[in-house]
Design a protein around this ligand. Structure first.
Ligand SMILES: Nc1ncnc2c1ncn2[C@@H]1O[C@H](COP(=O)(O)OP(=O)(O)OP(=O)(O)O)[C@@H](O)[C@H]1O
Ligand SMILES: [Mg+2]
Length: 374
């Protein structure tokens, strides 16, 4: 009898220990999860906070134990920026009962805030915060690719519509040419024909670049490529009273494998935009400057093009690479969207940093070639 009681006691102790072990395991997992987790009980007192959430708040976990929401917002270690964000999260999730809420932090990262409450939580409120920046980036790039595909279709139909009448005009001018010659106006026929050919060339170039075609790559030195592009823009810059500074003292010289024509077009687009931005932001006391440089960080080659023009506001930055987005009266809004697809086709990336009134910097990143490939 006694031994039976002993056995059942031992059984109870064993099951208590094993449930304690499981509990510790779960707590350990929750504590070290890469998402931030915070739990408030039905009285609004903080019951649990994991390592990641304390890190995100920038507050020590110890000092958070037993805090109420008001105490959390007034916490001396919480920065003003974070206080505002915490209040916003609570307004959206607790008061407006939104189960999901998204926010962008001071470093531009996107976070998804999820709120769980209800019967299964026995009056508690669980808030979890997850970094979704990578998902956002993928989503944005899929959206961008869709738009570029649409752009390809639109440009093909535009080209079809414009090219046909141009071909007819060209044919009729050739028929009229003998009459113009007899009137001593052969020069007119020549000019019309040259201009039609030029228009055809422009359409051809436009179509070629707006359709994301596979690049015909060649290994080139970054500095010679940049020198050639600068040569092409120097006269326009001079006319606009703007200075272009090229910094290409790379030792050893850097090489990239690119479609030279396409990459020249990208750099030209960016320099032309910089010249426009400087022109629009005309200030007699400041010389317009465009600085172009190439950097080798071991794995990548970065080409930086910065200007001291008017810069861009957040709305412009959000739509910068969208086809047909322009703030210029005579702009098509295709320059940067085409540049974006060219750089992506080269396995590179393009980033921008800009401040209203201060200027803009574009950074194009290319994969670096191994010495054996050069
Ligand atoms: N360096 C810059 N400084 C300020 N704004 C810029 C700069 N580069 C681009 N932008 C902004 O981005 C917009 C889109 O540029 P994008 O080159 O795609 O088209 P666009 O220059 O307007 O027209 P186009 O098709 O003739 O190039 C511009 O209208 C301008 O508002
Ligand atoms: Mg442009």
């Amino acid at each position: 009898m006694l031994s039976q009681i002993r056995e059942s006691e031992l059984q109870a102790i064993r099951s208590f220990h094993s449930s304690q072990l499981i509990r510790n395991k779960y707590e350990n997992i929750l504590e070290n999860l890469d998402s931030g987790i915070i739990l408030f009980d039905s009285d609004g007192v903080l019951a649990f906070v994991n390592v990641q959430m304390a890190k995100l708040l920038g507050v020590s976990r110890k000092s958070l134990t037993g805090c109420t929401l008001t105490q959390l917002v007034r916490h001396p270690q919480l920065s003003r920026f974070k206080k505002r964000k915490v209040l916003r999260i609570f307004r959206e999730t607790v008061f407006h009962r939104k189960r999901f809420h998204e926010l962008v932090d001071e470093y531009g990262r996107s976070w998804l805030i999820t709120m769980t409450y209800g019967d299964q939580m026995e009056g508690d409120f669980l808030i979890s915060v997850k970094d979704v920046s990578d998902f956002k980036r993928i989503e944005q790039s899929a959206y961008q690719n869709d738009k570029l595909a649409m752009l390809g279709k639109i440009s093909a139909s535009i080209a079809h519509e414009i090219r046909n009448p141009l071909t007819s005009i060209r044919g009729f001018i050739q028929l009229l040419r003998p009459h113009l010659v007899s009137l001593g106006k052969d020069e007119y026929a020549r000019i019309i024909l040259t201009e039609i050919d030029r228009a055809n060339d422009i359409i051809y170039e436009f179509l070629n670049s707006s359709k994301p075609s596979a690049p015909e790559t060649k290994i080139v030195s970054v500095s010679s490529l940049l020198k050639e592009v600068v040569l092409l823009t120097e006269s326009e810059a001079l006319m606009k009273g703007c200075q272009i500074n090229l910094h290409t003292d790379e030792t050893p010289p850097a090489y990239i494998s690119v479609d030279v024509k396409q990459i020249k077009q990208v750099i030209l687009n960016i320099i032309k935009n910089a010249l426009d931005a400087i022109n629009e932001h005309h200030d007699e006391n400041i010389t317009g400057m465009i600085d172009i440089s190439a950097r080798d960080n071991g794995k990548h080659i970065k080409i930086c093009i910065s200007d001291n023009g008017g810069g861009m506001d957040q709305n412009t930055l959000n739509h910068l690479f969208n086809p047909f987005f322009t703030t210029k009266e005579s702009g098509t809004g295709l320059g940067l969207s085409v540049s974006y697809s060219i750089i992506r086709n080269h396995g590179g990336s393009i980033a921008v940093d800009s401040q209203v009134g201060a200027g803009t910097e574009f950074v194009i990143t290319f994969p670096k070639l191994e010495v054996s490939e050069v």
